[in-house]
Design a protein around this ligand. Structure first.
Ligand code: 5RP
Ligand code: FE2
Length: 222
């Protein structure tokens, strides 16, 4: 199992985003948190900023939409040519139709689940998705504590993906740091968003390497 590390630019310096992307050049992708002050009580940026990031980023963009009315707005992000578009299950009327549309446009598609959202209703829909994002904090802010009680969701999703015979990336977002990444890796996560623990480090690339090695070691040894 590959361990992918995706720094979240939520914790980067918004006045210098191009150079902040370059500070994490060894990452597997960059996680871009779009917040609308409605789905979550915080506001970041919208499609014009994502388009600008896409233009200058050497790394694939993993766009995490924390917005209401995903059915209406998510396809526009795929049309920017980003690597992956994640919408929240709680914000979509028709997750399957939306997932198909995003794939058809050409981006990978992911389903995100807030901590209070159960996985069971979505297990039969997994073949429609390339990735599931299990939130390990309440969405809205960086720097919150990792919720280890979300780990059963990862185990359920990993078992369901195996049953379906699909290659589903399992992503965790919130509180991922050297002390927590092993817990998520052990539960089946392979794709790790890390905001404050990467951008708060003196050497972000060293922090990425350490996180990746910790997760990979857990994947190797169980
Ligand atoms: O989606 C998010 C918050 O809603 C962020 O991606 C996440 O919180 C990253 O920050 P940190 O690693 O500091 O927890
Ligand atoms: Fe996120």
């Amino acid at each position: 199992m590959t361990a992918r590390i995706q720094p979240s630019i939520l914790s980067a310096d918004f006045a210098n985003l191009q150079s902040e992307l370059e500070r994490v050049g060894t990452a597997d992708g960059v996680h871009v948190d779009v917040m609308d002050n409605h789905f979550v009580p915080n506001l970041t940026f919208g499609p014009r900023m994502v388009e600008a990031l896409q233009r200058v980023s050497a790394l694939p963009l993993d766009v995490h939409l924390m917005i209401t009315d995903a059915d209406r707005w998510a396809p526009g992000y795929a049309e920017l040519g980003v690597f992956s578009v994640t919408f929240h299950a709680e914000a979509a009327q028709d997750p399957v139709a939306l997932a198909r549309r995003i794939r058809q446009i050409g981006s990978r598609v992911a389903l995100a689940l807030k901590p209070g959202t159960a996985v069971d209703p979505y297990l039969e829909l997994l073949p429609e998705f390339d990735q599931v994002l299990v939130m390990t904090v309440e969405p809205g802010f960086g720097g919150q504590a990792f919720m280890a009680d979300m780990m059963p969701k990862l185990r359920t999703l990993r078992a369901a993906a195996e049953r379906h015979g699909i290659e589903l990336w399992l992503q965790v977002d919130g509180g991922i740091a050297p002390e927590t990444i092993g817990i998520a890796a052990e539960a089946g996560a392979d794709t790790f968003v890390a905001g404050s623990s990467v951008y708060g480090a003196a050497d972000p690339d060293a922090a990425i390497a350490a996180l990746r090695e910790t997760a990979a070691a857990v994947h190797r040894h169980g």
